[in-house]
Design a protein around this ligand. Structure first.
Ligand code: TUI
Length: 312
C-alpha cells in the first residue's frame, strides 16, 4: 500500500489531491474524491462566499471524510470566502494565484491545514516561514494560471529548499506520474485535468469530450504579456487572444476580453469561444470514469510501476 506522510497529515487513504478548479470543482466532485479516499477540493475561483458555503455543506452531506477548499487569491470575494472557511472549520485549504501569508495564522488557529500552491522555490520558503503545513509545487504543464518552471525542475528544488511536505502538480495524470513525483521527493500529487473527466464532475459534457480528444500539443499559454498566464485549449478564443497580444492590445482590453470566458467553457460548453483550461496531460486522458475508479486505477498502476522498477 502506497501510504505517505501526506496520508497521515490530511487523514486520507491515498496520496492524491483533486485540484480545486474554478467553475469545475463543485461539491459533487470533491465529495466523490474524498469518499474514494483522496482529498476532494472545492474550487472557489471568483465565486461569492454563499456559493462556497453551499458546496461545503454538499460535501458534508455526502461524506464524513476530510476535504478542502481552494481559495483563488485574486478573487474579489477572498475575504468573505476566508470567513466562511473559518466558520465552517474546513479541514484543508489550498490557495492559488497569490501569497496567502496573512490568512495562515487564523486558519491554523481553527485547526485548518494550509497548503499553498507555489510556482517557485522562493515562495515555497516564504510559505514555510509563514506556517504552511505543506506546499503544492505546480509546474507549468498545469491547466489554468501557471508559473514558468516545469514540474520535473521545480519539485526537487522545492523539496531541497523546505522541510515541510511537498506535493507535486502539473503534468500528472496516472500512476507513472505519481511514482515519478515520489521519486522527485514529493509525498503525493495533485491532479486537475484527470478529474475533470470524472463522472461526478459537473462541467459541460463538451469540455470532457474536448479533453478526451486533445493531443499532446493542443494547449497553449495565453496572457503571458498581461502577467496572468493561463494554459488552455488552443481554440478560437486562445488564437484570438494570442493575436491581440501580438498586436500589442492594452492589458485592460485583454483582461476584459478574457472575462467570463472560463464560465462560458465550463458551464455553457462553449469550447470554441470559451477559455477551456486544461493541462498538457490532457493527451493522456482517454475516458470518463467515476472518481473512485480513477483513484483505484492510479494506485494500481503506481504499484505495478514500483514492481517493474524493482522497488517492491
Ligand atoms: O491558481 C492556479 N490556477 C488557476 S487560478 C484560475 S482562476 C483564473 N481565471 C481567469 C484568469 C486567471 C485565473 C485558474 N487557474 N494555480 C495555482 C497557482 N498559483 N499557479 C501559480 C500560482 C501562483 C502564482 C504567483 C502562486 C503564487 C504566486 O505568488 C505571487 C506573489 O504574490 O508572490
Amino acid at each position: 500500500m502506497l501510504r505517505t506522510v501526506l496520508c497521515d497529515l490530511l487523514r486520507i487513504e491515498y496520496p492524491i489531491l483533486q485540484g480545486g478548479m474554478a467553475w469545475t470543482s463543485t461539491g459533487e466532485l470533491a465529495a466523490a474524491v474524498s469518499a474514494a479516499g483522496g482529498l476532494g477540493i472545492i474550487g472557489s475561483g471568483n465565486a461569492p462566499a454563499d456559493w462556497v458555503r453551499q458546496e461545503i455543506r454538499k460535501v458534508r452531506a455526502c461524506t464524513d471524510r476530510p476535504f478542502g477548499v481552494n481559495v483563488m487569491l485574486m478573487s474579489p470575494h477572498v475575504e468573505e470566502v476566508m470567513q466562511v472557511i473559518l466558520e465552517e472549520r474546513v479541514p484543508v485549504v489550498t490557495t492559488g494565484a497569490g501569497n496567502p501569508g496573512k490568512y495562515i495564522p487564523a486558519l491554523k488557529e481553527r485547526g485548518t491545514k494550509v497548503i499553498p500552491v507555489i510556482p517557485s522555490v522562493a515562495l515555497a520558503q516564504r510559505m514555510e516561514r509563514a506556517g504552511a503545513d505543506a506546499v503544492i509545487a505546480e509546474g507549468t504543464e498545469s491547466g489554468g494560471h501557471v508559473g514558468e518552471l516545469t514540474t520535473l525542475a521545480l519539485v526537487p528544488q522545492v523539496v531541497d529548499a523546505v522541510s515541510i511536505p511537498v506535493i507535486a502538480a502539473g503534468g500528472i495524470g496516472d500512476g507513472r506520474g505519481l511514482v515519478a513525483a515520489l521519486a522527485l521527493g514529493a509525498v503525493g500529487v495533485q491532479m486537475g485535468t484527470r478529474f475533470m473527466v470524472a463522472e461526478e464532475c459537473t462541467i459541460h459534457p463538451r469540455v470532457k469530450e474536448a479533453i478526451i480528444k486533445a493531443k499532446d500539443r493542443d494547449t497553449v499559454v495565453t496572457g503571458r504579456s498581461t502577467g496572468h498566464p493561463v494554459r488552455c485549449l488552443k481554440n478560437k478564443f486562445a488564437r484570438q487572444f494570442e493575436e491581440m497580444e501580438k498586436q500589442g492590445v492594452p492589458v485592460e482590453e485583454l483582461e476584459r476580453f478574457g472575462t467570463g470566458k472560463l464560465k462560458a467553457a465550463m458551464v455553457d460548453g462553449d469550447i470554441e469561444n470559451g477559455s477551456v483550461m486544461m493541462g498538457q496531460i490532457a493527451g493522456l486522458v482517454k475516458k470518463i470514469q467515476p472518481a473512485a475508479e480513477i483513484i483505484a486505477e492510479i494506485m494500481q498502476e503506481a504499484e505495478q510501476v514500483l514492481k517493474r522498477l524493482g522497488v517492491k
